[in-house]
Design a protein around this ligand. Structure first.
Ligand SMILES: *Cc1c(COP(=O)(O)O)cnc(C)c1O
Length: 495
C-alpha cells in the first residue's frame, strides 16, 4: 500500500514517494512516475476561495500518500511563507484576450522557485538518517533557485554545475554569490546537455556509490525528481481558480496553457494536473530555435543530432527534454519496455521514432511550435507597446506560439505561463524596448525601470554588490571527482 511510484523503464518497480524523492531517479535510468490516476483527483468545484497553500495541500495529499497530513502542512507552510513577494505566490494578470500566470515572484525571480522552495522540505522528510548531496545541472535558473532552496539545510548539501559562458551575467552573479555552508557551484567547460548528462552519469555511478558509503546518497533537484515536479502542478489549478473567481470561466470550462518549454518539466506538470481533473483543451508547447520538440510533433522522430543554438532564451537551450520520457510512459499506457527501447535508441543513436498511434495520442493534448530570436524580440516589443506588459524572452516564446495556435483554434481562453522576471534578461529586453543600449547590465536594469516603471525585484537589485564566493571552472570529465571532494568537505565531518 505504501508503494505508489514506478520507473518509466521498468514498471515492475514499486517504491514509496519518499524513496522516489530521496533517490531522484531510478537505477535503471528511468524516471519515477505515479502510474495510475484512476483513484486520485481534485474536485475543481472546491477550488473557489482556496489559497495557494490550500490547493498545494490538496495536490500533495493526492500524490504523496505516504506523507502524513501534518508533514504536508509543515512542508507547504514553510515553503511558501514569506519567500515570495506576493501572498498569491503565482498571481494571474489579464492582458488583451489572454491571461498571464506569473511564476517569478519567488526569491530568485524564476519559476523554478515554485518547485525548489518546496522540494527541500519534502526531501527533509524523505531522507531518514542519511546525508544527501544534491546534484544539479542548470541552464541558468534552476541553479540559483536550488541553491536558495537547499541553503543551510540540515544533513543535505548541494552542488550546482552550470555551462561556462552559457548563462546570463545576472544568473552567474546570483549563483556565484550564494552563501551557506553547504553550497557548491562550478562552471563546466561545455554546454547544458553536457552538464546534465554527466550529472545523470554520476547519479548512476555504482562505483562512486561504493566509495561514498551507505550513509551518503546522491540525489537530484532537477525536474527529473518528482518532488520538484509535483509542486508545479499546483499553479495550474491555482490559475484556473483565479479565472473562476473573476467570472472569466465557469466551472468545467476548458482552457489552454501556453508553456515555454526546455526540459518538459513545467508542461508535464500541467499534464498531470489534467490527469487530476483540470479541464484543459490544449497544452501549447513553445520552444526556441532549439526546436527538437517541434520537429518531433511534425515527424514522430525525436532527433538530437543537430546544431545547438545559444538563443536569447537560454534557460530553454536544451536538446534532450528529460521529462518527455514521462509523457512517453503515460501515452504508451505504461509500456515501460517500449519506453526503455526508445531511450536506449536515444542514448545510442541520438534519436528515436514513435508509432503513429503514440504521436496522435500526444497531439490530442499538446500543440507544439517555436519562436526565433528575432520573433522573441518582436513579441516583447509588441506586447509592451500594445498592452504595456513587459515579458521576459522565455515568456515571449510562449506568447508567439500561443498566437500561432490561436489562428488554428481560438475557442478557449489561454493562460500563458510567465517563467522569469524580465529583469533577469535585461540585454534582450532592452534591445526590444529601449533605443540606447549599454553593455552594462546594471545600467540596463535601471534604464528599463525608468522607462517602464516596473520595479526591479529586490534580489536582482542586490546581486551586483555581493561578494563572489564560488569561482571554480572545471572540465566536464572532472565532475565526478569534484562531487566526491565536495561530499567529503560538506557531509562527512558534520553531525
Ligand atoms: C527552466 C525554464 C524554462 C523551461 O522549463 P522546463 O520545465 O525545463 O520545460 C522556461 N523558462 C525559464 C525562465 C526557465 O528557467
Amino acid at each position: 500500500m505504501n508503494n505508489f511510484y514506478t520507473s518509466t523503464r521498468n514498471n515492475t518497480i514499486k517504491i514509496s514517494a519518499k524513496d522516489a524523492i530521496q533517490q531522484g531517479f531510478s537505477e535503471d535510468g528511468g524516471l519515477y512516475v505515479f502510474p495510475n490516476f484512476n483513484n486520485v483527483s481534485i474536485n475543481i468545484k472546491e477550488l473557489k476561495n482556496k489559497s495557494y497553500q490550500d490547493i498545494a495541500k490538496l495536490v500533495l495529499r493526492q500524490l504523496l500518500p505516504d506523507f502524513s497530513d501534518k508533514e504536508i502542512s509543515d512542508c507547504v507552510n514553510s515553503a511558501y511563507d514569506s519567500s515570495f513577494d506576493t501572498d498569491e505566490i503565482t498571481p494571474v494578470t489579464d492582458v488583451d484576450n489572454f491571461h498571464i500566470l506569473e511564476l517569478f515572484h519567488g526569491p530568485t525571480s524564476a519559476f523554478k522557485d515554485v518547485g525548489l522552495q518546496l522540494l527541500p522540505q519534502l526531501m527533509k522528510h524523505s531522507i531518514a538518517n542519511k546525508r544527501v548531496m544534491i546534484l544539479t545541472a542548470t541552464s541558468g535558473d534552476t541553479g540559483k533557485a536550488a541553491l536558495e532552496g537547499f541553503k543551510n539545510s540540515d544533513k543535505i548539501a548541494i552542488t550546482v554545475f552550470y555551462p561556462h559562458n552559457g548563462v546570463s551575467r545576472v544568473q552567474k552573479l546570483q549563483m556565484t554569490s550564494t552563501t551557506g555552508n553547504n553550497t557548491e557551484v562550478a562552471a563546466i567547460e561545455g554546454n547544458f546537455d553536457d552538464a546534465q548528462s554527466n550529472v545523470k552519469k554520476i547519479l548512476n555511478d555504482a562505483s562512486l556509490k561504493k566509495e561514498l558509503g551507505n550513509n551518503i546518497s546522491l540525489s537530484s533537484a532537477n525536474s527529473i525528481n518528482i518532488g520538484r515536479l509535483i509542486p508545479q502542478i499546483v499553479y495550474y489549478f491555482y490559475s484556473y481558480k483565479q479565472l473562476l473567481q473573476n467570472n472569466q470561466i465557469h466551472t468545467g470550462d476548458k482552457v489552454n496553457f501556453s508553456v515555454p518549454t526546455g526540459n518538459f518539466g513545467d508542461v508535464l506538470a500541467g499534464y498531470l494536473a489534467k490527469q487530476l481533473g483540470l479541464p484543459v483543451n490544449k497544452f501549447i508547447v513553445a520552444s526556441n530555435e532549439n526546436k527538437v520538440l517541434t520537429d518531433f510533433f511534425n515527424s514522430g522522430i525525436y532527433d538530437r543530432n543537430r546544431p545547438f543554438f545559444k538563443t536569447v532564451a537560454p534557460s530553454m537551450d536544451i536538446q534532450i527534454s528529460s521529462n518527455f520520457e514521462r509523457l512517453l510512459y503515460y501515452k504508451s499506457n505504461g509500456n515501460s519496455e517500449y519506453v526503455k527501447k526508445l531511450m536506449n535508441e536515444l542514448e545510442q543513436n541520438g534519436k528515436y521514432k514513435v508509432s503513429d498511434e503514440l504521436l496522435n495520442s500526444i497531439k490530442k493534448d499538446f500543440y507544439c511550435g517555436y519562436s526565433t530570436d528575432e520573433e522573441i524580440k518582436q513579441s516583447i516589443k509588441d506586447v509592451y507597446d500594445k498592452y504595456g506588459y513587459l515579458m521576459d524572452p522565455h515568456t515571449a516564446v510562449g506568447y508567439k506560439v500561443m498566437r500561432d495556435y490561436e489562428r488554428i483554434d481560438d475557442s478557449c481562453p489561454t493562460i500563458l505561463l510567465s517563467t522569469a522576471s524580465p529583469y533577469k534578461f535585461v540585454k534582450v529586453v532592452s534591445e526590444a524596448i529601449l533605443k540606447n543600449n549599454s553593455d552594462d547590465d546594471l545600467q540596463l536594469m535601471t534604464d528599463i525601470q525608468e522607462k517602464t516603471g516596473i520595479e526591479i525585484p529586490k534580489n536582482l537589485a542586490a546581486v551586483w554588490n555581493l561578494a563572489i564566493l564560488h569561482k571554480d571552472v572545471i572540465k566536464k570529465e572532472d565532475m565526478r571527482d569534484y562531487v566526491k571532494m565536495k561530499v567529503e568537505a560538506d557531509l562527512y565531518d558534520k553531525n
